[in-house]
Design a binder for this molecule. Structure first.
Ligand code: FAD
Length: 476
């Protein structure tokens, strides 16, 4: 088989492009080296749908941010993904900060962001009573929102697959094949895959993938960002996304609600030792806590339930690198750092246009279905819905994760879903089992047993997140 398009990288960008292409008759294959989609930056980020006042006017980041924000609400509705238009505040403390807020306001207006306004202290405190009493002004962006980045990525990939795209996980791209100056295939850990176009959406590895195609004009620098998550009992500490005055290179350490009802703090920014440098550090956590407490002084250490690291794919010129290359049929979608999550639906539109300009025929599929069926969530269901579900299937009456109220039925559903979860972490990302106060202390072994039983595996074959992360060691 010769695919029309092979996309390297199952993050939010690769998945959004796959879904966009799945509305046309072309054959599409999404390749992911890990055991699931959303295992890179799309798993570990702030989950903010930025309004678009931050990127410089005229830049592709500005245009794609604002367009992505406009598309996000309907996209999430179609895919049954929780999205909240919470709004955001950039908080200032001094007359100097006020000047910066005015610059951001003007920039946002030029970028086409609606509803921006600078608030005074009284308005601020009414909106966010837990904000630092030293806060004097804030830029309010009602268009900003929040989304769960990995839920969105999984939903995009699932809808692409439902519409005929293929997904192969644990398949690592290793090189590009070409004939007469044109892409002819991708060498992978599972053999050669022939195709006419390749989209490089490999995140922190996208410079290496580009090099295989002779595109050597950029380098990716991996910058770590550490986070802390607070227990849901602190979930109403803030109502919207709170940013400090941005630094030269980052939007600073923020405090935000999540769509799941937690509070997220972070990220800091340090150059990573290597591209998979995901270990958290006490210095990083302290930096995050100090930054977050400048905004919300009442944050307490005892409410932290987890910490994690995300790695930014920063191109050496700081820009998104999206476009065709000298090798015909090879398209880069690289250096997609923030606001890449927000921009993902707009980037998918742009890349589809580029592929068309490069010769891909786009005939609409008559049976394309943009909606993804909802997933039953016991924790969110009414009493009647729960009763109904349990009457149909008793496993929906067996609570496995007590903190997040996740049932055995939901876990089995995730395992047998469109992109079936095969690991403990992929069940967690689909159901939230293990994401509560005890962080899986109570339910991990029970989820592991369900995975083994449903997939007919031995218990020592079940992994946390793919080969090499087996949870149980056999004595033999
Ligand atoms: C700390 C942090 C905070 C952020 N906060 C926000 C935010 O609040 N809002 C926002 O809009 N954006 C935010 N972003 C940016 C956003 O997360 C990224 O722009 C987006 O996730 C990038 O998606 P991606 O698909 O390009 O990369 P990734 O999600 O990293 O996906 C790339 C995929 O390619 C796979 N891959 C790599 N090499 C190969 C290979 N050889 N073969 C097969 N597969 C391969 C990887 O395993 C990975 O799954 C943040 C990013 C970080 C790191």
């Amino acid at each position: 088989m010769i695919y029309d398009v092979v996309i390297i990288g199952g993050g939010v960008i690769g998945a959004a492009i796959a879904r966009r292409l799945s509305r046309f008759e072309s054959s599409v294959l999404l390749l992911e080296k890990e055991s699931d989609v959303a295992m890179g930056a799309s798993r570990a980020n702030s989950g903010i749908v930025h309004a678009g006042f931050d990127p410089l006017p005229g830049s592709s980041k500005a245009r794609l941010n604002v367009r992505g924000n406009q598309l996000m609400e309907e996209l999430c509705l179609d895919l049954n993904v929780p999205f909240k238009r919470t709004g955001s505040l950039v908080v200032g403390y001094s007359p100097e900060d006020l000047k910066t807020l005015e610059v951001l306001l003007a920039r946002g207006k030029t970028n086409g962001v609606q509803g921006l306004r600078i608030l005074n202290q009284a308005e601020l405190m009414k909106m966010e009573p837990n904000l630092s009493p030293d806060a004097r002004y804030a830029l309010h962006a009602p268009q900003a929102g929040i989304v769960c980045p990995y839920t969105l990525t999984i939903a995009l990939a699932e809808n692409a697959v439902q519409n005929g795209a293929e997904l192969r996980c644990e398949t690592m791209a290793l090189g590009i094949e070409s004939e007469k100056g044109r892409v002819s295939g991708v060498k992978t850990s599972q053999g050669l895959i022939r195709c006419r176009w390749v989209v490089n959406a490999a995140g922190i590895w996208s410079d290496e993938v580009a090099n295989w195609a002779g595109s050597t004009s950029f380098t990716i620098l991996p910058y770590r960002g550490e986070y802390c998550i607070l227990d849901k009992k602190q979930g109403d500490l803030v109502r919207q996304v709170l940013f400090p005055i941005p630094g030269a290179r980052t939007k600073g350490i923020l405090v935000t609600p999540t769509v799941s009802g937690n509070i997220l703090l972070g990220p800091n920014r340090t150059l990573a030792q290597n591209r998979e440098d995901y270990a958290t550090s006490s210095e990083g956590i302290n930096e995050v806590l100090t930054g977050a407490r400048n905004l919300v002084p009442g944050i307490r250490n005892q409410d932290i339930i987890a910490s994690f690291v995300g790695i930014r794919a920063v191109s050496d010129n700081g820009e998104f690198i999206i476009g065709p290359t000298e090798l015909k049929g090879f398209i880069n979608v690289a250096g997609i750092q923030s606001p890449g999550l927000t921009a993902a639906p707009a980037i998918a539109e742009l890349v589809t246009d580029i592929l068309q300009e490069e010769g891909l025929k786009l005939n609409p599929k008559p049976n394309y279905i943009p909606q993804r069926a909802g997933v039953f969530r016991f924790a969110r269901a009414s009493r009647e819905e729960r009763r109904f579900q349990i009457d149909k299937d008793k496993t929906f009456g067996e609570i496995i994760c007590r903190c997040e109220t996740v049932t055995a039925g939901e876990i089995a559903g995730a395992i047998h879903g469109t992109i079936g979860a095969r690991t403990l972490d992929s069940v967690k990302r689909r159901t939230r089992a293990g994401m509560g106060r005890c962080q899986g202390g109570f339910c991990s072994h029970r989820v592991t047993k369900i995975i083994a039983a449903e997939l007919n595996l031995l218990i020592d074959q079940v992994t946390k997140n793919g080969p090499g992360s087996e949870l149980v060691r056999s004595r033999g």
